[in-house]
Structures are given as C-alpha cells and as structure tokens.
Design a protein around this ligand. Structure first.
Ligand code: NAP
Ligand code: ZN
Ligand code: ZN
Length: 346
C-alpha cells in the first residue's frame, strides 16, 4: 500500500481537516502521480455539503489533478517516470457498454467510477486530488503539455472539458450568438473556449463588477441580470445559453433570451429541482439540454487544443489550509476564476 496525505471532510458539512489513508499498490497498468496542483470545483462543495445526497465520508474531494509520474506499472505504455499527467472526474468505468466503447465513459451504463465520492470495482471508496499522490489506470490518465503554466492547466480537467464538450457537440462557433450564464470556474472557461471557436459571446452575470474581467477574457458583451433594461434588450437574442449557475435560479427567466430554436445547455447542478414553464419553450421552439464533463479521448483533445491555443484557467493559487475560506468565497461568487491548491502545502 502507498501512504497518502490528504485533506478530507470527516462528515457532511464539516470543515476539511488533515487525513491519512492508503492508496492501492501500483498495478501493471497503473501510474503513480505526485500531485502538484488540484483545482477546486463547485461540485466539491456540493458533495462535501452532501447537497446531492449519498455522500461517502470521510471524503477527499478534488478532480482537477495535475502532477508528475513517479512510478509506472510493468505494462504501462503511455507514460514514463517524470512525465506530466492529469486526472479528471472519473478513474474507471465498465469499459464495455456502448458508451464506454464510444469513448463517452462519463455516460457509462454501469456508472463511471468517480475520482472521489465513488467506489472502485472492489467496493472501496475513492479518494480525490486534495492529496499528495494518486494511483490511476493509465487508460484514465491524461497527457499534459509541458508548455503551459501547470496551475492554470489543472482546472481544464473538469471546468475545461465540461465546457469544451458541449461546444463541440452543438458545434458552437462562428455565426452563433452564445450567452455564458454565471462567470465562475466553468463560466470563464466557456467564454475563453467559445471565443476561441469564433462565437459572439455575451456574459450574463449577477456581478456587475465582473464586466471588465469578462472583456479581458474575450467576451463581446456583458449583461447584468438584475438590470431590467439590459435583460429586456437581450430578449430573443441567443442561439445558445451555457448555464453554469450552481445555485437555485429561475430557468424560465433566462429561456426568454433564446432565439427561435435556441438551446439552453445545463451544466450547473443546483441541489433544488427547477420549475419549468411550457410557454417559454413552445413559444419559440426552444430546447433545454444537459451535458456531463467529457470522455477520456475528448478530454485529451481539449488539453491538446488548449496547449495549441495557449488557453489556461485564470487561477488563484491557495494553500490547502485555505480551503474552507475558498468554499465560502465561491458560494458568494467571489472567485477569479478558479481556486487551485498548491499541493506542496499539504
Ligand atoms: P463557481 O465557480 O462557483 O461559479 C458559479 C457562478 O454561478 C458564480 O460565479 C456566479 O456567477 C453564479 N451564481 C452563483 N450563485 C448564483 C445565484 N444564486 N444566482 C445566479 N447566479 C449565481 O462554480 P463552478 O465550479 O463553475 O460550477 C458551476 C456548477 O456546475 C456547479 O453546480 C457544479 O457542480 C456544476 N458542474 C457541472 C459539471 C458537469 O459535468 N455538468 C462539471 C463541473 C461542475 P456570477 O457572479 O457571474 O453571477
Ligand atoms: Zn468539477
Ligand atoms: Zn460503460
């Protein structure tokens, strides 16, 4: 067994605290990664606070993991010791259902095995990236370019792929008017990626003080959602709304901003079920859809795309003992635009 150090929530809603546990031995197809940085996703907060239910505690969150390989199993071909590597939201899946075979392991019929708050094939809880090292099958490990600043790469493993995948699926790009709803970790990556694909991008935000940032990120327009006049002028204007809001909100209010045939793509997972009225949908043949992270092949494609186009996340690097404060700040929308834990501080 490999002794690991981590931060864990001992029970639901609790603050995080130091935690020691054992990782499995490096198997023939496994790699051992010394974690350098781990991004802080709003899903970590939802799960530590057990807002989605069925949480497994103690919980070591973290699924935006980058680091260097320190050991490889005898049959590993993709990596060697010293390589950079990344791990995203899942570390295994059934590998033979139609979705796994199609490279969409996130939609595995049996269920992907989450990097944390999941159970491995032996039934043991999985522990995530707020930790000094992790053992992962090479097939579920990503290659990372040496070219980009590593702390800024970490959030690509969730926030990056979660926004890249729908942009590719719906072929969002030139000629489209796209709104990004909520300018946080996912939102700021959605802006960068949609702009890079040539779309006309508007940020819809509750935070007037994020306007200058939105422009720096490349957004073409900014709408404060509490400003009636601005909202009125946005009515019926978007082909897509990429909805990244993490808290309860009124879907119907935003649906009105879609054109005929427009689509709202849900990425955010508020704990409460929304109310949905028929008229905003049928009145303009609008759709509402959802999208979950992305498969391993697409995550690799996204990482290579970001390396080629110099795209990273805007990060605030924090020590691990700042994590509870970081959570509180994220709840208030006070993050520019992703907290990333420097794992040397563990
Ligand atoms: P985040 O960094 O905290 O950003 C969320 C943003 O939503 C905030 O910055 C804020 O933007 C806006 N917001 C927050 N509370 C709001 C409220 N009450 N009303 C309106 N807007 C509000 O979170 P994140 O890490 O980007 O994650 C966002 C959501 O996506 C979470 O629910 C997370 O679990 C989910 N998620 C889903 C997937 C997936 O595969 N679908 C993957 C990762 C995360 P403004 O200040 O601009 O208003
Ligand atoms: Zn995430
Ligand atoms: Zn499967």
């Amino acid at each position: 067994m490999i002794a690991a150090k981590a931060y864990a929530a001992p029970k639901a809603h609790a603050n995080l605290e130091p935690f020691k546990f054992d990782r499995r031995e490096v198997g023939p197809k496994d790699v051992l990664i010394e974690i350098a940085y781990c991004g802080v996703c709003h899903s970590d907060i939802h799960q530590v606070r057990d807002e989605w239910g069925h949480g497994i505690f103690p919980m070591v969150p973290g699924h935006e993991i980058v680091g260097r390989i320190t050991k490889v199993g005898a049959e590993v071909t993709k990596f060697k010791v010293g390589d950079l590597a990344g791990v995203g939201c899942f570390v295994d899946s059934c590998r033979h259902c139609p979705n796994c075979l199609a490279g969409e392991e996130q939609y595995c019929d049996v269920g992907m095995i989450g990097t944390y708050n999941g159970r491995d094939k032996e039934g043991n809880p999985t522990y995530g990236g707020y930790s000094n090292q992790i053992v992962v099958d090479e097939q579920y490990t990503l290659r990372i370019s040496e070219k980009l600043p590593l702390a800024g790469v970490a959030p690509l493993l969730c926030a990056g792929i979660t926004t890249y995948s729908p942009i590719m699926h719906w072929k969002i790009g030139k000629g489209h008017k796209v709104a990004v709803l909520g300018l946080g970790g996912l939102g700021h990556m959605a802006v960068k990626l949609a702009v890079s694909k040539g779309a006309d991008v508007t940020v819809l935000s509750t935070s007037p003080n994020k306007k200058a940032d939105a422009e720096k990120l490349g957004a073409h327009h900014f709408v404060v959602t509490s400003d009636e006049e601005q909202v009125k002028s946005a009515a019926g204007s978007f082909d897509f709304i990429i909805n990244t809001i993490s808290a309860q909100h009124e879907y119907n209010f935003y649906l009105q901003m879609l054109k005929v045939n427009g689509t709202m793509i849900l990425l955010g997972v508020p704990p409460e079920s929304p109310t949905l009225a028929a008229f905003p949908l049928i009145g303009r043949r609008r759709s509402i859809a959802g999208s979950l992270i992305g498969g391993i092949a697409e995550t690799q494609e996204m990482l290579d795309y970001c390396a080629e186009h110099n795209i990273v996340s805007d990060v605030e690097v924090i020590p691990i003992d700042y994590i509870d404060t970081a959570y509180d700040r994220m709840i208030k929308g006070d993050v520019r635009y992703r907290f990333v834990i420097d794992m040397a501080t563990i």
